[in-house]
Design a protein around this ligand. Structure first.
Ligand code: ADP
Ligand code: MG
Length: 401
C-alpha cells in the first residue's frame, strides 16, 4: 500500500472513485478542497450528474497552527470508527462513512450538501423544532448502548482500549480544564474582559470544582463519547440533523457530550444579546433556545431512563434507586461540563462565532462577561440546581444583572 502522503485534489478524486460505486465509468469528476475546520483536509468530489461525496484526510499536524503542532493521523481511525459505531446505534442522525483507509488516514463519507452547519443557522436566528428531540435521541442511543448498562464487562474494556485517543484527549484536557484557569499563552482574551478572566486564575473554589470535572474526564469511561458535540459538528435542515467530526471520541463521562451541546446552545443565547438588536426578535430566539435546552434534557433523560429500565443486561445495575442516583449525577455532570464549555469558548484558544461575531466590542465584552458568569454558576451550583426550572431561573437572573 502507498505510504501516507497529503492528498491533492487528484488523489481525493481517485480515492473517492476507487471506493464507491457511485460515479460510474463515464462520469467526469471534479474536486475542491473546502475544509473550514481546524485540523484536517476536506474535499468535495462531484461528478457531472450531480452526485458528490466527501473525502476527509487527517494531516500529521493541526491545520490551524501548522507543522509546529504535530498530531497523530490515527485520529482518522477514531473518527471513522466512532461514526460507524454511532451510525449503527443512531442511523438517522449520524453521517454515513463509506470507506476508511488507515494508511492515508482518509475517510470517504456522504456529502451533507443539503444541510447547513447548525452554528451558522443559529447565529442567523433560524429555529428548528426538531433539533432537541433528534439530538436527545442521538445522545441517548449512542451513549446508552456503549455503556456498562448495555455491554458486558470484558466487551466494554475491549472497547475502552480501542478508543483510547490519548493525543486528542490531551487537547481537551488542556483547553477545557487547564488553560482558562491560569495565565496560559494559548488563551485568547479580549481586552474588555481581561479583569474577569484574571479572576478565574485566582478563584480556588471554582478551580476545585473544575479539578473534579477534569478528574472525571480523565477517569470515568462511562460510554463512547463523540467528544466534540458543538454546534459546528451538527448539520441541520428543515427535517433532520446529522452529526459529523468525531475525531475526539473516546470512553468518557456521558455528561461531557450532553453538556457540550447545552453549552453551545447557551453560548448562542448569550451571543444574541449582541447579535440581534430588535428586542422582540431577540426574545423570541432566546425563548426558542431555552425551550430547546429544556426539551433536550427532558427527552434525553426520559429515553436514557427508559433504556436503563428495559435494556440493562447487568443485574446489579438494574436497581432502580441506583439508576435514579445515576441520572442525578449525570445531570450535575452535564451542567458542569456545559459551564466549562462557556468559559473555555470565551477566554481559551478556540472561540465561537456566536460571541466573536458581535461587532461592537463593548457589547461583545458584556456578552462574554455573562458567559463567564453563567459558566461559573453552572459549575459551582451543579449539585444544588435541582431541575431545569432552576437552571432557567439562573438564566433569567443573568439577563437582568
Ligand atoms: P475538522 O475536523 O478539521 O474541524 P470538520 O469535520 O469539522 O473538520 O469539517 C470541516 C468542514 O468541512 C465542515 O464545517 C463542513 O463545512 C465541511 N464538511 C465536513 N464533513 C462534511 C460532510 N459530510 N458533508 C458536507 N460538508 C462537510
Ligand atoms: Mg474536527
Amino acid at each position: 500500500m502507498a505510504e501516507y502522503h497529503t492528498f491533492s485534489t487528484e488523489d481525493a478524486m481517485r480515492f473517492a472513485d476507487e471506493h464507491s460505486g457511485l460515479f460510474g465509468d463515464h462520469s467526469k469528476l471534479s474536486c475542491e478542497e473546502f475544509g473550514d475546520g481546524n485540523l484536517n483536509l476536506v474535499f468535495r468530489v462531484s461528478n457531472d450528474k450531480g452526485t458528490s461525496l466527501i473525502v476527509k484526510q487527517a494531516l500529521p499536524y493541526a491545520r490551524c497552527v501548522g507543522e509546529s503542532w504535530p498530531l497523530t493521523i490515527d485520529r482518522a481511525r477514531i473518527e471513522a470508527q466512532v461514526l460507524l459505531k454511532h451510525r449503527k446505534l443512531c442511523p438517522e442522525h449520524t453521517v454515513e462513512v463509506l470507506h476508511y483507509d488507515a494508511e492515508q488516514a482518509a475517510i470517504l463519507m456522504e456529502d451533507l450538501k443539503h444541510y447547513r452547519i447548525l452554528r451558522t443557522e443559529l447565529i442567523s436566528g433560524k429555529q428548528f423544532a426538531h433539533l432537541a428531540p433528534q439530538m436527545a435521541s442521538y445522545l441517548a442511543n449512542t451513549l446508552f448502548y456503549t455503556s456498562d448498562f448495555a455491554l458486558t464487562g470484558p466487551n466494554k474494556k475491549q472497547q475502552v482500549g480501542k478508543f483510547l485517543n490519548p493525543e486528542l484527549c490531551l487537547i481537551t484536557e488542556d483547553l477545557f480544564f487547564t488553560d482558562p484557569y491560569c495565565n496560559h499563552e494559548r488563551n485568547n482574551i479580549h481586552a474588555e474582559i481581561r479583569q474577569q478572566a484574571q479572576q478565574l486564575w485566582h478563584d480556588e473554589a471554582l478551580q476545585a470544582e473544575v479539578a473534579q470535572l477534569k478528574a472525571d474526564f480523565l477517569s470515568k469511561p462511562q460510554a463512547l463519547l463523540h467528544g466534540d458535540v458543538h454546534s459546528g459538528s451538527i448539520f441541520i435542515n428543515e427535517e433532520n440533523c446529522k452529526v459529523i467530526d468525531a475525531e475526539f471520541g473516546f470512553y468518557g463521562p456521558i455528561g461531557f457530550d450532553v453538556g457540550s451541546l447545552i453549552g453551545n446552545l447557551l453560548l448562542n443565547y448569550l451571543g444574541h444579546f449582541g447579535l440581534t438588536q430588535d428586542t422582540d426578535a431577540r426574545q423570541q430566539h432566546q425563548d426558542y433556545l431555552v425551550s430547546q435546552v429544556q426539551s433536550l434534557w427532558q427527552e434525553f433523560s426520559a429515553q436514557f431512563t427508559q433504556l436503563m429500565r428495559s435494556e440493562c443486561h447487568e443485574p446489579a445495575l438494574q436497581n432502580s434507586l441506583y439508576q435514579q442516583r445515576f441520572m442525578q449525577q449525570l445531570w450535575a455532570d452535564t451542567l458542569g461540563y456545559a459551564g466549562c464549555e462557556l468559559i473555555r469558548r470565551t477566554v481559551g484558544l478556540a472561540h465561537v462565532a456566536d460571541l466573536d461575531k458581535i461587532s461592537n466590542s463593548t457589547v461583545r465584552g458584556q456578552c462574554e462577561a455573562k458567559a463567564l458568569q453563567l459558566g461559573r454558576d453552572l459549575i459551582m451550583q451543579r449539585h444544588s440546581l435541582a431541575n431545569m426550572a432552576q437552571l432557567m431561573q439562573l438564566l433569567h437572573s443573568l439577563s437582568e444583572r
